[in-house]
Design a protein around this ligand. Structure first.
Ligand code: AMP
Ligand code: ZN
Length: 500
């Protein structure tokens, strides 16, 4: 099965073929750091976190870049209101963003570039655009001349004439076309500024993403994402700048997430209808928030309401409950059952395979998380049925149940859910941080996982090593864990661990 993604550029689902086999370059526009993020922003970042994790699950090596816009009108305005330096505002909300995304359990992108650290790269592109006659200078400002880029409007599917007709803002008479946009703005007194060939100034918003994506992902990369409100003008302008500058295709697949609405309105600070991620997470588990996002395919809008949160909370409880029941059933004594309940065993084995197949089919269909989640819940239902129907279990029955549990963890983990039972969180707190080093060493990455989860995976890695008779690795792992006070018990059903 191959992955298909909906490309905003073609308005079609296309087969996903990355530029370099096995590797994906992905750029997602990050926040302008002048405020705490609301759950609309949160949903967009969650959507791309899910996409990132699923690409990794499929075996791609992903370079994920999400920038920080740390110089902008909004930051300057906020700083003026508070009477502090813009850099102070930017720093405060960059940290807050980091906290919020960690608390949401978002994987840290590979690179988090800051706009203010890439001014040189931006100036280089602007100089190139001026040289090519695609940008012009007026009194220290530099504008992009959209009429010189014949493909302008191709992403948003708009043409220049429509734009002129739709123009309502006050037109700057110095501009050649009302929609020409600033790539460089001359400095006003008291604003942060940098030296440039056009005098002191600062970059426009769009040029930041052109410069940082080009620097870290190269001339043509695979996925560029953001919420759909960024299609125009932000992404359209990025295309005009980057393609105008390089003369090459900028992005292979444009992915845009749907909005979170409240009532009939988009959630937006300017409308005063926002709920902050940090406030929501005080009341709801982060898995509940993620389940809410997963319940709707990323391109569709979500009409936010407490009913949706309650549904997600129930869904989360069902997932934890089945794990508790599995744990109980696996902890119970086994019986020698003759004959085995073959029908039930076959049925659960079938359900395990079916869940994985449906999950992958759904995710491969433009990341249809709603259908993928339904496949997981089908397995939950079958597992519950199995436990109820089976009664006392044989070793063999426990084995199948263990497989069901592993599949539940595999599929939910592939989209970032963490089904560690609450008791395990206490254990997590007691496990030393050195577990991250060992995990990095033997697993290659830690991907924001909890410590207990990592110990499980490290043990799984040890089992593989033992099966492959790679005893050097197996011993290294055992020694590493023992040094951390983790005791391993090998049973016929696999290995268990506990803290001494
Ligand atoms: P902004 O800070 O407005 O640039 O938004 C940061 C990210 O959140 C962008 O990818 C936006 O598209 C996205 N975003 C903003 N508002 C919403 C919303 N109500 N629902 C979903 N995504 C949003
Ligand atoms: Zn951007």
């Amino acid at each position: 099965m191959s992955l298909k993604v909906y490309n905003t550029m073609s308005r079609e689902k296309e087969e996903f073929i990355p530029r370099y086999a096995g590797k994906v370059g992905m750029y997602v526009c990050g926040p302008t750091v002048y405020n705490y993020i609301h759950i609309g922003n949160g949903r967009t970042y969650l959507s791309f976190d899910i996409i990132y994790r699923y690409l990794k699950y499929k075996g791609y090596a992903v370079t994920y870049v999400r920038n920080l816009t740390d110089v902008d009108d909004k930051i300057i305005n906020k700083a003026n209101e508070e009477g502090v330096a813009p850099s102070e505002v930017a720093e405060r909300y960059s940290e807050a963003f980091d906290e919020d995304t960690t608390n949401m359990r978002l994987v840290r992108p590979t690179i988090i570039p800051k706009a203010t650290e890439h001014i040189k790269e931006m100036i280089e592109i602007i100089e190139g655009l001026i040289e090519k006659g695609l940008a012009y200078v007026i009194d220290g400002d530099v504008y992009y001349e959209i009429a010189k880029f014949p493909e302008y409007g191709k992403l948003a599917h708009r043409d220049l004439e429509d734009m002129r007709a739709g123009e309502r803002v006050e037109i700057d008479p110095r501009k050649h076309h009302p929609m020409d946009f600033a790539v460089w703005k001359s400095a006003k007194p008291g604003e942060p500024s940098w030296d440039s060939p056009w005098g002191k100034g600062r970059p426009g918003w769009h040029i930041e993403c052109s410069a940082m994506s080009l620097k870290y992902l190269g001339v043509t990369f695979d996925i560029h994402g953001g919420g759909r409100d960024l299609i125009f003008p932000h992404h359209e302008n990025e295309i005009a700048q980057t393609e105008g500058y390089t003369g090459k295709k900028f992005v292979k697949y444009w992915l845009h997430g749907g909005m979170v609405n409240i009532g009939d309105e988009k959630m937006a600070k300017s409308l005063g209808n926002i709920i902050l991620v940090r406030d929501l997470l005080k009341e709801y588990d982060r898995n509940v928030l993620r389940l809410l996002a997963l319940g709707t395919q990323y391109r569709s809008p979500i009409n936010f309401g407490t009913d949706k949160l309650k549904e997600s909370e129930t869904a989360y409880e069902r997932l934890l409950n089945v794990r508790r029941r599995i744990e109980d059933a696996l902890g119970a004594m086994t019986v020698t059952r003759m004959p085995e309940k073959v029908e039930q065993i076959d049925r659960l084995e079938g359900a395990i395979d079916e869940a994985k197949k449906k999950f992958i089919e759904s995710m491969d269909d433009d990341f249809n998380t709603a259908a993928a989640l339904a496949a997981v819940f089908e397995l939950v239902k079958e597992t519950n049925t199995f436990i109820e129907a089976y009664g006392e279990m044989s070793m063999h029955a426990q084995d199948i149940l263990k497989k069901a549990d592993a599949m539940l963890l595999e599929l939910s983990g592939a989209v970032g859910l963490n089904l560690t039972l609450p008791g395990a969180e206490e254990v997590d707190k007691k496990l030393p941080d050195t577990i991250f080093d060992l995990a990095g060493d033997v697993l290659g990455s830690t991907d924001n996982k909890g410590k207990s989860e990592l110990v499980d995976e490290i043990l799984e890695r040890r089992n593989i090593a033992r099966k492959e008779k790679d005893f050097a690795t197996a011993d290294k792992i055992r020694n590493g864990l023992t040094q951390m006070g983790i005791e391993i018990e090998d049973t016929p059903l696999g290995s268990r661990w506990k803290l001494k």
